[in-house]
Design a protein around this ligand. Structure first.
Ligand code: KG4
Ligand code: ZN
Length: 349
């Protein structure tokens, strides 16, 4: 069964076609990074307008790449939140129009849950031979979702069945990367640029704080770290080596994320960790999590980088399984800019 996914929660206009929840047939992402670069972040009104312009070409390209006709679609999945309301509404309007015109079911997807489901897409499935087939034995798992807007640690027992273990109390991990990159004079978006610079630096050079590391909770805090970097740069001035600062900052973020995620998996007694979200593209995080988890015999799954950042394939995948579990949504489905994970099934629980 073919599901068309649509994602417009922030600054990427994306559409994808996925077969039976896991088979990736096409994945088209029109990035607005160039448009927003001069503002150093996403400019919401410009983002909505660009989504409107990009929507039809992106949809057409996703269908063409999948070799599918509109009549082949059996389900439309769309991000309903969290995100920028104007941007979300463009995707929702397109999804509802298609569902109505084609007379196929519509399902709303929580963007954060979508990131987790990127781990179920076919190119990611490690070992189909061991029965890890379409959406098979992925759960139970502890999932770390780290993106520009979110840092959530989630325990997932099954499709749409989840408990939020902890979250950031202030800045998201990706936001911290972006802000520190800005302090270092790196271009927007800062995460990838900071990672490149950090490769030339010494991660032990500056002892930045690891907030809430040993407090026993699964919550995070990154705004103090950002301030510590700003204070250090101010104090050291020209003597600060940017590459060392980048590497030390990155290590401080990674250490806390990895320690709490591994602790959560051990405490819940699960054997599998799913990493997700834009910051999951960071190789220092991927490698450190694999190493620490490996020491405890835990398996780590991470989507390939293109499926870590915002895309619609993850929305189509999540939408398919949520629809199978909980059925379709009505055409009155609305955008919820601050949607929490409790509403992950597409309806309040
Ligand atoms: O998931 P995503 O594409 O959008 C949101 O839902 O927020 O994540 C974007 C975030 C940005 O903060 C970006 O700087 C960060 O992910 N990011 C990275 C890397 N690639 C993207 N952070 C660190 N290292 C990277 N390689
Ligand atoms: Zn995202």
């Amino acid at each position: 069964m073919l599901c068309l996914g649509i994602e417009t929660s922030c600054d990427e206009t994306a559409a994808a076609v996925v077969g039976d929840g896991t088979r990736l047939l096409s994945n088209v992402v029109a990035s607005q990074v160039e448009l927003h670069r001069r503002y150093g972040g996403v400019f919401p009104e410009l983002a909505s307008r660009r989504h409107i312009e990009a929507m039809l070409p992106v949809l057409g390209e996703a269908m063409r790449m999948a070799g599918a006709g509109w009549e082949d679609l059996g389900l439309i999945a769309v991000t309903r939140g969290p995100g920028l309301v104007g941007s979300l509404l463009v995707g929702l309007a397109a999804a509802k129009a298609l569902a109505f015109a084609l007379d196929v079911p519509l399902v709303g997807v929580n963007h954060i849950l979508g990131h987790i489901y990127a781990n179920l897409l076919d190119p990611v499935l490690r070992d189909p031979a061991r029965g890890e087939g379409p959406g098979g034995s992925v759960f139970p798992a502890v999932c770390l979702v780290v993106s520009g807007g979110h840092t959530d640690l989630v325990y997932m027992q099954g499709h749409g069945r989840l408990n939020l273990l902890g979250r950031t109390r202030d800045d998201a991990a990706g936001e911290a990367f972006d802000k520190v990159a800005r302090l270092l004079g790196l271009p927007y978006p800062g995460g990838p640029a900071l990672e490149r610079l950090a490769r030339q630096g010494d991660p032990e050079a500056v002892p930045f704080p690891r907030a809430m590391m040993d407090d026993g909770s699964y919550d995070f805090s990154f705004s103090g770290l950002k301030t510590a970097v700003a204070v250090y740069l101010e104090r050291e001035g020209g003597a600060a080596r940017a590459a060392d600062v980048a590497a030390s900052f990155q290590k401080a973020v990674v250490d806390v994320l990895v320690a709490k995620t591994v602790r959560a998996a051990l405490q819940r007694g699960v054997r599998r960790i799913l990493l997700a979200g834009g910051v999951a593209a960071n190789s220092a995080l991927r490698e450190s999590l694999r190493r620490e988890a490996g020491r405890h015999g835990l398996e780590v799954r991470v989507p390939p980088p293109a499926l870590c950042t915002d895309n619609a394939a993850m929305i189509a995948c999540a939408g398919y399984f949520l629809w199978r579990e909980g059925g379709a949504d009505g055409l009155d489905l609305d955008a919820v800019p601050r949607l929490g994970l409790a509403g992950a099934l597409g309806r309040e629980q």
